[in-house]
Ligand binder design. Structure first.
Ligand code: MLT
Length: 215
């Protein structure tokens, strides 16, 4: 199948198939604020080159910058919009699996910042949609009244001890929440801020290869 760039009423996205689409895991790639569907494809390919790549563009615009859901201020999320957008994303994933023929049960999210936050929201609201997730610089998107069952799901968190956007306590809380829900969480800390570091990417790469072996 040829690479496809498609604009639908759903999400602007790119799908880059592996040679055998149905036999490969699929990375669901979600950019940070102001990014687009092209930005993190090289990251996905560095992380797990043998995977299908499904990379989305967030539909919410903040001063012209694409995001996956609205926020009221830095780190303060519009919860109604977050809920709506999370369900919309979950539904899109079902359609995309049908359209492209990938295995919907082997979807691994790779999200950075705002993209990591909607991936975390998906794990908490529609856990069946993701087999695993690599979350770079995520925050707690919301605290659910009832925890989902994340048993058997691997989650990698990359975080900076000096992140001006995500306080250390917030990352710790997210890791605890996901662990309490049954996920196997690995947190990789670095001394930096909100940017991705090479060491963090390498750690995620090793982690993903391990997930791949057990998937
Ligand atoms: C968010 O709004 O999702 C987080 O504050 C991260 C960001 O996108 O700046």
């Amino acid at each position: 199948m040829a690479e496809a760039t498609v604009k639908t009423t759903d999400f602007v996205h790119r799908f880059l198939p592996a040679p055998k689409v149905a036999d490969a895991p699929t990375l669901l790639i979600l950019h940070g604020t102001g990014g687009n569907e092209n930005d993190l494809l090289p990251l996905g390919q560095a992380l797990l080159p043998e995977a299908n790549m499904l990379s989305l563009r967030g539909k919410v615009l903040e001063n012209g910058m694409p995001r996956f859901f609205r926020r009221l201020a830095e780190g303060v999320f519009d919860q109604a919009d977050l809920q709506f957008r999370t369900i919309e994303l979950a539904d899109f994933l079902t359609e995309a699996a049908d359209r492209y023929g990938f295995d919907a049960k082997r979807l691994i999210a790779v999200g950075y910042s705002n993209g990591a936050n909607i991936a975390a929201s998906l794990l908490l609201r529609r856990p069946e949609k993701l087999a695993a997730a690599a979350l770079f610089h995520p925050m707690v998107p919301f605290v659910p009244e009832t925890l989902p069952d994340l048993t058997g799901k691997g989650i990698f968190i990359g975080a900076g001890k000096n992140d001006p956007i995500v306080p250390v306590a917030n990352t710790v809380n997210l890791a605890s929440l996901l662990t309490e829900a049954g996920a196997e969480v690995v947190t990789q800390w670095h001394q930096g801020g909100h940017s991705l570091t090479q060491a963090e990417v390498q750690a995620a790469q090793t982690w993903l290869q391990q997930q791949r072996r057990s998937a």
